[in-house]
Design a protein around this ligand. Structure first.
Ligand SMILES: CC(C)(COP(=O)(O)OP(=O)(O)OC[C@H]1O[C@@H](n2cnc3c(N)ncnc32)[C@H](O)[C@@H]1OP(=O)(O)O)[C@@H](O)C(=O)NCCC(=O)NCCS
Length: 135
């Protein structure tokens, strides 16, 4: 089983190393953000930095074209978003997703931990977190 995990790790890294990204840095009402797009335009993710929470980054809008899914784009975009947060010297990354969805399990497989349900969304949205130090 360990060999399978090692193989998956190498495949994941191979896809990531081959992928090229376009980054666009913006300002928004609460701080700055970086939009990351794969250079073929098939996937995107945004990393938000809120001036009120200088230690944290929020990853939002992770999305891949339907016919490009399950080829490693999502994982590669998530890695690039985490790298962007690290380059901004953040200590923690937050991501929100539908509670008890397969995406929640997927993020947890990528090292994210439960940080509770969000009251503003009727407790239907789960907040997940990952310490940058473990990247
Ligand atoms: C989430 C999303 C970005 C993943 O992109 P992707 O390019 O398919 O990601 P990857 O190829 O790296 O990984 C796909 C993973 O999803 C899993 N998966 C895909 N569809 C699934 C399903 N219906 N049920 C369970 N797992 C599923 C695959 O098994 C794979 O898991 P693994 O990484 O453990 O091998 C993509 O599905 C998407 O754009 N969804 C719609 C937008 C969305 O919901 N975004 C999340 C916002 S919180």
């Amino acid at each position: 089983m360990n060999y399978l995990y090692i193989l998956l790790y190498y495949i994941e890294n191979y896809v990531y190393q081959k992928m090229k990204f376009i980054k666009h840095r913006n300002t928004w009402c609460w701080g700055t953000s970086t939009i990351i797009i794969t250079n073929d335009g098939c996937g995107t993710v945004t990393v938000q930095f809120d001036d009120e929470f200088p230690c944290a980054a929020n990853i939002t809008g992770l999305s891949v074209y339907k016919d490009k899914r399950n080829k490693g784009y999502g994982t590669a975009l998530l890695k690039e978003a985490e790298k962007e947060a690290k380059e901004h010297n953040k200590e923690i990354i937050y991501i929100s997703c539908d509670k008890d969805s397969w995406i929640e399990d997927w993020y947890k497989r990528k090292g994210y931990e439960d940080d509770g349900l969000i009251p503003e969304f009727d407790y239907k949205v789960r907040r997940l977190k990952k310490e940058i130090s473990i990247l």
